[in-house]
Design a protein around this ligand. Structure first.
Ligand code: ZN
Length: 148
């Protein structure tokens, strides 16, 4: 069990050190800012939505390892997904980090399963879910054209 925890920790630290999709995409038609005052995490998310599908996603910001790694792993998982698939995955991820039974197969969470340990630290749940809530906020906003 300790080895497993170490492995998970390694993935989280790696994504914190070299976050994937840590950029402002050339093209995006939604964006949102999220803030977790409990920990000081800040994140800005950029989305390019094409016909209900997440065509591109990037983020910028700073915060603790959990929030940064969660944003990094989330953006990796979401590319190409539909908005409905995002909502489903968010539901599963939320169950995972709050220690509830994950609906369906845990395998569908893929690498996101590294956040299972977060359920033991309730104060960290907001760190792990911040990027997801921010992405949902971006999805719910009116599309706009920000780049030519
Ligand atoms: Zn945090």
């Amino acid at each position: 069990m300790t080895e497993l925890t170490d492995l998970y920790q390694e993935v989280i630290l790696d994504h914190n050190k070299s976050p994937r999709n840590h950029r402002e995409p050339d093209r995006f038609n939604r964006d949102a800012i999220g803030h977790n005052p409990l920990c000081g995490d800040r994140i800005r998310l950029y989305l390019q939505i094409e016909e209900g599908r997440i065509d591109d996603v990037g983020f910028q910001g700073s915060g603790c390892a959990i929030s940064q790694a969660s944003a990094s792993l989330m953006t990796e998982a979401l590319k190409g997904m539909t908005v409905e698939e995002f909502e489903k995955l968010f539901g599963r991820f939320h169950s995972l980090v709050t220690g509830k039974t994950v609906e369906g197969s845990q395998e569908e969470l893929g690498k996101l399963v590294v956040f299972s340990g977060v359920s033991q630290y309730p104060v960290r749940v907001k760190c792990a879910t911040l990027p997801w809530h921010t992405l949902r906020a971006a999805l719910n906003q009116t599309p706009k054209t920000t780049t030519e």
